[in-house]
Design a protein around this ligand. Structure first.
Ligand code: NAP
Length: 319
């Protein structure tokens, strides 16, 4: 982009109608101007999240109505390039990360507007591009483990679906809180899940997780889309007084055995994200970036996701 274009247009991936990955198109659109309370961020990277596919397909129109055309991308890392009224000007030039509101214009673009109160200083121990892997997945893991499960030292925690974007953070956080962690992972994800800190790995492609967990666990963090019946079978592996937390299939309590249920609806929380950045910089958490793609490859990334070909965090590099 030339310095003249910089003020006017940018490249972005957007969709003008809901549908298959082919609705995603590379377009030249206007660079937005920050309004009061907003910052304009020059995007270093965004990521792919499963919710992007659901938003694109139109499955979440009730929960998150979008103004079409819509630019996807709920995670952002980048540099603040301009601020609107009421925002501290010293933020300009600062490296930041954020989890964007689900139905706002996203970060699959050269620039994105971010409410300034959602901005958090980027981690220093990883590249700014890879830093985009942290916000939404890290917050989901935190809110699941800390807010819903109330994880504690000595708890036996099962992370079901540890090979994905959220799973590595869930394993790392559970270990940080002193838990003993069992984690499901296929062959392709076992090294990463072990590196995240799992004490035991269950290869779910060889043995059903419900069979593999012999001693009851205190906490299950379920990150896998499963049937209600399968989730109940998993809940049966939880000790009396334990907790089942799900980000996918709705969890229900087993009141007879005092097994609680928690369902995660991840929300932006700059304070929690600041804490996650600190844990990353201290080496408590690690990133599991499996692939980095260019902006123009985003339709292909959605195709790969539909085939179950993605693991870890897939980063979309803009600069
Ligand atoms: N409710 C919320 O607020 C919220 C927020 C974030 C995410 N989510 C949802 O939570 C889920 C996890 O998110 P994510 O970003 O981590 O997804 P992801 O990155 O797409 O997860 C992919 C991973 O799932 C694993 N997997 C697939 N089937 C499995 C099975 N039967 N057993 C164990 N692992 C299996 C695979 O592991 P292997 O590589 O080991 O095969 C793969 O690496 C998604 O469904 C997402 O939509 C919900």
């Amino acid at each position: 982009m030339s310095s003249i274009d910089l003020e006017i247009t940018m490249h972005a991936i957007r969709f003008t109608a809901y549908g298959e990955p082919a609705v995603l198109e590379l377009a030249e659109v206007l660079v937005p101007a920050p309004g009061p309370g907003e910052a304009l961020v020059r995007v270093a990277a965004t990521t792919f999240n499963p919710v992007d596919a659901a938003l694109r397909a139109g499955y979440l129109q009730q929960q998150f109505p979008l103004a079409l055309p819509h630019i996807p991308g709920i995670d952002v890392s980048g540099i603040v390039s301009e601020v609107g009224a009421g925002v501290d000007r010293s933020l300009v030039g600062v490296a930041v990360v954020a989890f964007l509101p689900m139905n706002a214009a996203g970060a699959a673009a050269e620039y994105v507007l971010v409410p300034a109160n959602l901005l958090v200083h980027a981690p220093r121990s990883v590249s700014l591009v890879d830093a985009a892997a942290l916000p939404s997945a890290g917050l989901t893991a935190w809110q699941g483990l800390v807010e819903h499960a109330g994880v504690y030292s000595g708890a036996r925690v099962l992370v079901n679906g540890a090979g994905g974007g959220v799973g590595g953070f869930a394993v790392g956080l559970a270990k940080h809180f002193g838990a003993y962690v069992l984690a499901t992972a296929g062959l392709r994800s076992q090294d990463a899940v072990r590196a995240a800190g799992a004490d035991e790995i269950i290869d779910y492609t060889r043995i059903p997780v419900t069979e593999a967990v012999r001693e009851p666990v205190d906490v299950v963090i379920n990150l896998v889309r499963s049937s209600a019946t399968d989730l109940i079978a998993l809940r049966d592996r939880i000790a009396d007084g334990g907790v089942l937390v799900s980000t996918t299939t709705p969890a229900e309590a087993d009141s007879g055995r005092k097994v609680r249920a928690g369902n995660v609806f991840v929300r932006c929380d700059a304070q929690q994200l600041t804490h996650l950045v600190a844990l990353l910089d201290r080496g408590v958490l690690r990133l599991d970036v499996s692939e980095r793609y260019a902006l123009a490859d985003l339709p292909q990334v959605h195709e790969l996701a539909a085939r179950g070909a993605l693991r870890g965090k897939t980063v979309i590099q803009i600069v």
